[in-house]
Design a protein around this ligand. Structure first.
Ligand SMILES: NC(=O)c1ccc[n+]([C@@H]2O[C@H](COP(=O)([O-])OP(=O)(O)OC[C@H]3O[C@@H](n4cnc5c(N)ncnc54)[C@H](OP(=O)(O)O)[C@@H]3O)[C@@H](O)[C@H]2O)c1
Length: 278
């Protein structure tokens, strides 16, 4: 499997796993079958995936707790990337709170839940319009200085916010929504490529109308004997060497299908067709 080195010292396979979907409906509360969620997590590791993305807000707390219950003590080389900076007030509700004192509390709680002394990749979940971005990142820099965070990432940022973040801390990854049908973060992806930062696209499986029967994704998927989701992942991996997709699922079958998607190799003509269609 193709790899990328985050922050100069964390080598990960480029296809990761998003652990948001192993919670209840609306990313609220426990999943209906916690044992199955733990089996999915163990299968992630068996399949040689070694980047797991989570957040304190998934559940909240549920996703991080399940990861620790399923995988601790962690295998060598497993990178758990978590995030802080959102609150949960109910299913589907995600108010922002990236005050420095709050981020420090979030990180301490994630360390406890994940049973770690240091988090390999800690991401600011989203800039908080009520808090200067520099203040939020200053808190993460303090945590890094204290040895509680190895590397810092940002999420849901514009290119201008990424520039401001890089002036305060060494940003090593950016996590933004990006997929075949939503390329609004193209400028942020290009900034990551120039700076050698990992780009973690969330909602990577989206294909929207492109996957309609007879549509370009549907046709190419059939030609490659793949599903539209596998094609979406193959396209992301081909799009940039800094791309680190983290498809999420609560199903072992879907996990296996997604991991198999990285074997599909798209040629220049396939990529041009997809670019033209999108
Ligand atoms: N930074 C942020 O603000 C942010 C926001 C959203 C997500 N994320 C991260 O990004 C990760 C991925 O994002 P996402 O969950 O929104 O999008 P996604 O991974 O593109 O899609 C997940 C959805 O697709 C389904 N699915 C997965 N594999 C499938 C397959 N092979 N066949 C059919 N359906 C399949 C899942 O349902 P099943 O469980 O039924 O498979 C789930 O409903 C999350 O886990 C999280 O770590 C970050």
């Amino acid at each position: 499997m193709d790899t990328f080195t985050i922050g100069g010292d964390l080598e990960v396979r480029r296809l990761g796993f998003g652990a948001m979907r192993i919670t209840g409906k609306g990313i609220w509360g426990p999943p209906h079958d916690p044992e199955e969620a733990k089996r999915v997590l163990r299968r992630v590791v068996e399949l040689d995936v070694n980047l797991i993305d989570t957040a304190d807000s998934y559940g909240p707390e549920v996703s991080e707790n399940l990861i620790a219950e399923a995988l601790y003590p962690y295998p060598d080389g497993l990178v758990i990337a978590t995030k802080g900076g959102l609150r949960r007030t109910g299913p589907g509700e995600w108010p922002r709170d990236a005050r420095p004192e709050r981020l420090k509390e979030c990180c301490e709680a994630s360390l406890r839940r994940l049973r770690l002394e240091r988090i390999d990749l800690y991401q600011l979940h989203s800039p908080d319009p009520k808090v200067p971005l520099e203040d939020s990142l200053g808190a993460l820099r303090d945590l890094q200085d204290e040895g509680k965070i190895r590397h810092i990432g940002v999420s849901n940022v514009s290119a201008e916010q990424l520039d401001r973040a890089q002036a305060v801390v060494d940003v090593v990854t950016v996590q933004n929504r990006y997929n075949l049908v939503d390329r609004s973060s193209e400028d942020v992806l290009e900034a990551c490529e120039r700076a050698g930062l990992g780009f973690i696209p969330w909602f990577p499986l989206a294909t929207g109308d492109l996957a309609r029967p007879g549509g370009p994704v549907d046709e190419l998927a059939s030609a490659h004997e793949a599903t539209p989701g596998q094609l979406a992942l193959a396209w992301l991996l081909a799009r940039s060497p800094v791309m680190l997709p983290i498809p999420g699922t609560a199903s072992i079958d879907h996990l296996e299908e997604n991991v198999a998607g990285q074997r599909i190799s798209l040629d220049g003509e396939d990529l041009e067709r997809l670019a033209a269609a999108a």
